[in-house]
Design a protein around this ligand. Structure first.
Ligand code: PLP
Length: 367
C-alpha cells in the first residue's frame, strides 16, 4: 500500500480510480503476437457483450485503445461534417466541451446551457431544450450523464423522448463516469452513441474507450465517410477472422473484460445500490462537517462523485496540501469550477464505506 509518511494513501480521485489486483493480473497476460489481429476479434466481441448490459443496449459495442476522449472525438468526427448542426445540452464542463469539439469540426453549434450546479430534471429544463431543438433542428444532440466536475447526474429519459418525438437523427451521450456506477439505459433513452471509459467506475487503467452504437448512427457514419485514425467505421462489425485496423491493445481489452466481469458477478443492482449508499454516506459526512454540497438542492447528485463547495477562509492549494499530508488524495475543480469546489470520487473500486469514512475523518481533522 502506498503511504505518505506514516499515513496510508486514501485514493478518492474521481478517475482514474484504484485498479483492483484482478484487473492488473488480467492485463499481464502475454499476446500470441503471430495471430494477433484475427485472433483478437473473438475477445473484442466478448468484451462488447459484457459491456452491453452495463450500458443498457442491444446495439453494437465499439472498443478503442486510448482514454475516454478518444471515443468522444471519434464519435463526433465519425458523425458530423462541417456545417452540420450540433445542439449541446450543457450542465457543466464536459457538456460545454462537446460544443468546443463541434466548433473545431466546423459545425454550427447551439449551446443550451444550465448552471453547472443543476441538472435537467425539471419540466422547465426539458421545455427549454425542446424549444431549442424545434428552432435549431440539429443533426445531433449531445449530453453528459454524470458531469463529473459538478458531481451531478442528468436524468436522460426526458431528453431521449424529445429526440424521438422531434425526429432528431442522433443523440450522443457521455456516460464516462456513470457506466458501471448508475443505471444506464442507452436503448430505452433513444441514445444513438453512448460512450464510456475504462478508468472510472470500471476501475481499469485509462487505456480504453467504448461506445454503444445504434443502426441509425452507423447509417450516418457511412454517409459521412470519415476515415481518420479514430473513425468508428474502422470498427464496423468485424467479421470472423477479419482484422481490426491497428495493432489491438489486447491487454487493455482484457482489463475491460475483467472489469465488466467483476461488476456482473456482483450483480448490477447490487453495484448500483453500493454506489448510492456510499454516495449518501459521503454527502451526510460532508454536511456533518458543516460543509456545503456544490449541486443545488433540486439537482440530482451523482452516485459516483461528490462535489463540495470550498469552505470560506481556505484556498484549494492549501486544503489539498493538508489533505495529501494526511494521505487523502481528492480532486479540485476543473475549468470554470477551479478553486470553487473539491471532489471525492467514490466510483467502482472506491465506492466503499470504509474509504469514505476515513476520508471524512481526515477532512474533519484538516479543516
Ligand atoms: N467525460 C467525463 C464526464 C469525464 O469525467 C472525463 C474525465 O474525467 C472525460 C469525459 C474524459 O476522460 P479521459 O480523461 O479519460 O479522456
Amino acid at each position: 500500500m502506498q503511504s505518505v509518511g506514516e499515513y496510508p494513501v486514501i485514493h478518492m480521485v474521481p478517475g482514474p480510480v484504484s485498479v483492483p489486483a484482478r484487473i492488473l493480473e488480467a492485463m499481464c497476460r502475454d499476446s500470441d503476437a503471430g495471430r494477433i489481429k484475427a485472433d483478437f476479434i473473438d475477445e473484442y466481441r466478448a468484451v462488447g457483450g459484457k459491456l452491453a448490459p452495463l450500458m443498457g443496449t442491444g446495439n453494437d459495442v465499439v472498443l478503442m485503445s486510448g482514454e475516454a476522449m478518444v471515443i468522444l472525438w471519434g464519435a463526433l468526427k465519425s458523425c458530423l461534417k462541417p456545417g452540420d448542426r450540433l445542439l449541446c445540452v450543457d450542465t457543466g464542463v464536459f457538456g460545454a466541451g462537446f460544443a468546443f469539439m463541434g466548433e473545431s469540426l466546423g459545425c454550427e453549434v447551439k449551446l443550451v446551457s444550465f448552471p453547472p450546479d443543476s441538472t435537467i430534471n425539471s419540466a422547465a429544463a426539458l421545455e427549454r431544450i425542446e424549444g431549442a431543438v424545434k428552432a435549431f433542428k440539429p443533426k445531433m444532440i449531445t449530453a453528459v450523464h454524470c458531469d463529473t466536475p459538478s458531481g451531478t447526474l442528468n436524468p436522460l429519459d426526458g431528453l431521449g423522448e424529445i429526440k424521438r418525438r422531434l425526429g432528431v437523427p442522433l443523440l450522443a451521450v457521455d456516460a464516462v463516469s456513470s457506466v458501471g456506477a448508475a443505471p444506464v439505459k442507452a436503448d430505452e433513452w433513444n441514445v444513438d452513441i453512448l460512450m464510456g471509459g475504462s478508468q472510472k467506475a470500471l476501475s481499469a487503467p485509462p487505456c480504453m474507450g467504448f461506445a454503444a452504437v445504434s443502426p441509425r448512427a452507423w447509417d450516418e457514419m457511412k454517409t459521412v465517410g470519415y476515415q481518420g485514425y479514430d473513425s468508428f467505421m474502422q470498427f464496423y462489425r468485424p467479421e470472423d477472422g477479419a482484422s481490426l485496423p491497428y495493432t489491438p491493445f489486447r491487454q487493455g481489452a482484457a482489463a475491460l473484460d475483467e472489469a465488466a466481469s467483476i461488476i456482473l458477478e456482483e450483480g448490477l443492482e447490487n453495484v448500483f445500490r453500493r454506489h448510492l449508499e456510499v454516495a449518501e454516506l459521503c454527502r451526510r459526512g460532508v454536511r456533518n462537517l458543516g460543509l456545503e454540497l456544490f449541486p443545488r438542492e433540486d439537482a440530482v447528485n451523482s452516485p459516483s462523485c461528490t462535489a463540495v463547495k470550498m469552505p470560506s477562509g481556505i484556498a484549494w492549494p492549501e486544503l489539498r496540501r493538508r489533505m495529501t499530508g494526511r494521505g487523502l488524495v481528492v480532486s479540485g475543480g476543473l475549468g470554470c469550477l477551479d478553486g470553487k469546489l473539491f471532489r471525492l470520487g467514490h466510483m467502482g473500486s472506491q465506492a466503499r464505506a470504509d474509504l469514505v469514512n476515513q476520508a471524512i475523518a481526515i477532512l474533519g481533522e484538516v479543516l
